[in-house]
Design a protein around this ligand. Structure first.
Ligand SMILES: Cc1cc2nc3c(=O)[nH]c(=O)nc-3n(C[C@H](O)[C@H](O)[C@H](O)COP(=O)(O)OP(=O)(O)OC[C@H]3O[C@@H](n4cnc5c(N)ncnc54)[C@H](O)[C@@H]3O)c2cc1C
Length: 337
């Protein structure tokens, strides 16, 4: 088992914070987890990192960290209509999307270019451009660190919600996801209704888009709007879009007719966190090492040489300001360590 002691986590977090880990253990197969269990490893606190693209590191990490790098792509079932493919938790998400695009397996092309690994995708039910993981999810395998047994979870058991799942709630810290099986359509199902996909295709004179056209359009749009973590440290959207009472949203809208409201139920609606942050004057805000991205108010950025606590401080100030101005609580999407 590969293990590094007193090592920097700089290569393992997209914010680019240089904090130290006391021990980093690379997990490349399921048996290693069983060995750790048998040696009593899970009796003490530990942490899990995959791609480190949904993490804010504010301090050195004393607990051992498991770096999940379990590979594998296994086709489990195929009919005329769909394929079931099991992906090892350590497979890169975007590489997985490209694999599916190449093989004409429909369903995840709208989630092109999301950083991170497959094993983390169910944790917050990743989503983009009108698609969420749950739409193509079949099942997953996870190691229960309390019993030392592998368990299978189906769609219902995962309790997926908006950037939420069983693994962020009751299951938090109790399971290590080792593989995820997706059910992908072999019948063309293109969804270009969301965001700017349609416009991007029109600009290229594409009227009958292929799966690759959609994936390329999403990649292009994301590259134009979101900072590349290799150049500017960030963790994507720092805040979740708040779900609030319809009456409150209508009250805000009475003063701000440009507020977009998305119905969730009869009484609840979702409103864009980016709009709240921008209206509160934070978009493009810069202070020494950190700031709010100039093109996307949801994205907090690290210009280099800073500390995770500076991002945390900025995020908290934004949260307080939005609450004072609009009476809306912004929840963090990013995991803070
Ligand atoms: C530029 C950019 C754009 C982004 N765009 C989007 C987007 O459009 N939509 C979206 O939903 N997200 C987006 N994200 C957020 C992020 O990419 C996703 O949340 C991604 O799924 C995180 O994967 P990861 O492997 O990096 O997870 P990590 O950051 O390593 O881990 C995230 C959490 O999951 C836990 N975890 C990780 N792996 C496992 C495992 N195998 N078993 C148990 N627990 C585990 C960790 O302990 C941590 O709590 C974006 C991030 C960036 C930097």
């Amino acid at each position: 088992m590969l293990s590094e002691v007193n090592t920097s986590l700089l290569p393992y977090n997209t914010f680019g914070f240089d904090v130290q880990a006391t021990e980093l253990i690379k997990i490349e197969n399921k048996e290693q987890l069983v060995n750790l269990y048998e040696n009593g490893f899970f009796k003490s606190p530990f942490r899990v990192i995959s791609g480190g693209s949904n993490l804010l590191l504010t301090q050195n990490i004393q607990e051992p960290i498991l770096l999940i790098r379990i590979p594998g792509i296994t086709q489990k079932e195929e009919t005329d209509g769909y394929v079931l493919i099991e992906f090892g938790a350590g497979e890169n998400w975007h590489a997985t999307v490209l694999h599916c695009v190449k093989n004409q397996f429909f369903g995840i092309e709208n989630m092109s270019l999301i950083p991170g690994c497959i094993g983390a995708a169910p944790i917050q039910n990743i989503g983009a451009y009108g698609t969420e993981l749950k739409d193509v999810f079949h099942s997953l395998s996870a190691y229960n660190i309390q019993t030392g047994k592998f368990e299978n979870f189906d769609l219902q058991q995962c309790q997926f919600g908006y950037r939420d799942s069983f693994f962020k709630q009751q299951g938090k810290g109790k399971y290590i996801i080792t593989s995820v099986t997706l059910k992908l359509s072999k019948i063309a199902k293109i969804n270009t209704q969301y965001g700017d996909i349609q416009n991007a295709l029109i600009q290229k004179n594409i009227t009958n888009p292929t799966i690759k056209d959609v994936s390329d359009a999403v990649i292009e749009i994301r590259k134009s709007k979101l900072p590349d973590p290799a150049i500017l440290g960030n963790s994507g959207s720092f805040f979740k879009n708040p779900v609030i009472e319809k009456s409150l949203a209508e009250k805000i809208q009475a003063n701000h007719p440009d507020l977009k409201i998305f119905p969730v139920s009869d009484e609840w609606v979702k409103i864009p966190a980016a709009w709240l942050i921008e209206k509160s004057g934070w978009k493009g805000h810069k202070r020494s090492h950190v700031g709010v991205h100039e093109k996307q108010a949801l994205v907090l950025v690290h210009y280099g040489g800073g500390k995770g606590s500076e991002i945390q401080q900025l995020a908290t100030e934004i949260q307080t300001d939005v609450a004072n101005k609009f009476n809306v609580h912004l929840e963090f999407e990013v995991n803070i360590w």
